[in-house]
Design a protein around this ligand. Structure first.
Ligand code: SF4
Length: 99
């Protein structure tokens, strides 16, 4: 599911033709409900850009949905671990710096 902000990368999102409900399972705790979205994200050519975007733009108090192959709890854990995201003009990168 492409995330909340817009960008050129959205045009290449693997989820563009998928059922949006796939990315909003009833339970994020049951892998069988999360796996279909993870599979789509796993073959998505813009996964890194998606994850960078959602980490930079989503409201931490209102995390919802699977983006970049991550659940809301996983993104919260990345943020707690000190993940930094740095969008680059040509090649977005994701780096971690767990303290
Ligand atoms: S990584 Fe997943 S949620 Fe993000 S654009 Fe690709 S398919 Fe959609």
């Amino acid at each position: 599911m492409s995330s909340v902000s817009s960008g050129e990368w959205h045009r290449n999102a693997a989820c563009a033709t998928s059922d949006p409900e796939t990315f909003f399972p009833l339970s994020y705790c049951h892998e069988d409900q999360v796996r279909p979205a993870r599979r789509i994200c796993g073959r998505c050519p813009v996964r890194t850009a998606c994850l960078v975007d959602v980490m930079a733009t989503e409201n931490p108090a209102r995390r919802w949905g699977i983006y970049g192959g991550t659940t809301p709890a996983e993104r919260a854990a990345l943020r707690r671990a000190g993940l930094t995201v740095t969008p680059a003009p040509t090649a977005p990168s994701v780096g971690g710096d767990a303290a």
